[in-house]
Write a protein that binds this ligand. Sequence first.
Ligand SMILES: Nc1nc2c(ncn2[C@@H]2O[C@H](COP(=O)(O)OP(=O)(O)O)[C@@H](O)[C@H]2O)c(=O)[nH]1
Ligand SMILES: [Mg+2]
Length: 447
Amino acid sequence: MFDDLSGRLAGIFKDLSGQSRIRDVNIAETVREIRRALLDADVNLEVAKEFTRRVKEQAEGEAVLSTVSPGQMFTKIVYDELVRALGSKKEDLRMASVPPTVILIAGLQGSGKTTFAGKLAKYFKDKKQTPMLAAADVYRPAAVDQLKTLGGQIGVPVFSIVEKDAVKVAREALAEARRTACSVLIVDTAGRLHVDSDMMTEVSRIKDAVKPNEILFVVDSMTGQDAVNTAKAFHDVLDFDGVVLTKLDGDTRGGAALSIRSIVEKPIKFVSTGEKLDALSEFHPERMAQRILGMGDVVSLVEKAQEQYDETEARKLRKKLSSDSFDLDDFFAQLQQIKKMGSMKDLLGMMPGVGAAVKNMDVSDDMLKPVEAIIQSMTPREKADPDILNASRRRRIADGSGTTVREVNELIKNFEQMKKMMKVLSSQGGMAKAMQAMKNMPNMRRR
Ligand SMILES: Nc1nc2c(ncn2[C@@H]2O[C@H](COP(=O)(O)OP(=O)(O)O)[C@@H](O)[C@H]2O)c(=O)[nH]1
Ligand SMILES: [Mg+2]
């Protein structure tokens, strides 16, 4: 799987190898090619658009690192976006504080629910848990037999009754799991070939009857775009907790894997890669992204170069501050740096001792836009020496940037404050004090 997409992306990055600097690259064209590759891999159109919009934004805002090529830089940017699209971090199953943990499996017929139920039972058994399977697909006798065969292979009890009442099976299975002190109850349900209301009603009733800790939606990744639509339909009714992608061993183009998270905003928790009982893995967004790109070494190379770059910049900045030559160009560069690193609030929130302070603060990236416009309307001399900014210069800058003189005045005040604040920061690490100062900056409030 993903072979086509991997190949296409590798080709795009390779085409960039003639360029030595990212500013020589036709970013728009490169991004268009990435979008085409994603669409050909059956990624949802909206997801592909948002993906490439973010790649473009980052490529344009990227600092020029002398030690990495544009192709490598793009690889890193696309890698980061893949990880994000796949859900950023691994998410575990929610286990009950008092066993048994109840896991409800839902999905269309043929998606691989029963096979997955067996695999999950084995997964828990391997973790020294005591799972039980419940056969709540009561319509086809073969379905119960299939589950019993799987249970037999791994030595896990399978609960079933003769009556064709799925809710009753689930309820009685739960009682049985409690009675026999099983730690996990996995409820396999019936699916239809298409989303239909009878099926949805039945799973909802099972959900109400056994109050599962975790509802897993199983989807066949070979069904591409349909997988995304089905996920949406199930999500609307069931509000499931996680997704299981099956048949990733087939010739799926990978679109479902890349789209589903963005569309239903629920994590992928497992992937299934074969008919055998051990063909199940927990889902790791980073590992999956690495598999798609097949370029883990490039990613870490760029990361290192970025760290080094940031260090050099920080050293330069400290020197500037101590020699008092920090000017509006540096101020601007700092703002760009902050923007590049992602949402300001997230960023500030990660700094030790700051998290709580910014929680209630209004910080938005948009507030930087007028600030940028103002600085860009200044002459190099004005940027280097803000002291020369008299009234007529300020008027001219306001007109040029589509702002008001008051905003220009505020910005210059903010700049002076930032300069002071950064001095404090670089001297004693007085982060809390700096945050307080920032909170009081007029331009830092929502506009
Ligand atoms: N290749 C492959 N086949 C699978 C996978 N999971 C399930 N299957 C097959 O898909 C078919 C339907 O699976 P089943 O579990 O009965 O689906 P259910 O109707 O949702 O319960 C069976 O032939 C399974 O062997 C997988 O990850 N890879
Ligand atoms: Mg089944």
